[in-house]
Design a protein around this ligand. Sequence first.
Ligand code: ATP
Length: 135
Amino acid sequence: SERTLVLVKPDGVARGLVGEVISRIERKGLKLVALELRKVTRELAEQHYAEHAERPFFGDLLEFITSGPVVAAVVEGPRAVAAFRQLAGGTDPVEKATPGTLRGDFGLETQYNLVHGSDSAESAKREIDLWFAGL
Ligand code: ATP
């Protein structure tokens, strides 16, 4: 079994899609082991997205992710990292995510793509330590 960090980003929370995201995680057979509505400080956002620090969209990304509360969750199950990324769909909700995925069903723009899921077991460990120290 494996763990992954899931975020419902500020757009997903504002649009009332928290239940939809959690419902799909549960229906897939994954288990919630932590769940919290969180205000994101600039410091946490910078650490979470440190790998994107040199990207042109970094400033906008920090602005967006700190613009309102997010729901942070630790999700567990067999191949949890890949399983949640399958539920999320590709980064671009129109060009990459397919219908049936969260982004494919509910997203229009790459920045406002509703959810985050760790991209590897190593990232998951780093992100879970960052968001849920001591879990
Ligand atoms: P996440 O890390 O949020 O799960 P991801 O792994 O699908 O998303 P990354 O390439 O890691 O995508 O990008 C992180 C986030 O940065 C994206 O989810 C999106 O919100 C934002 N982003 C990525 N590319 C762009 C872009 N070209 N323009 C605006 N925002 C972008």
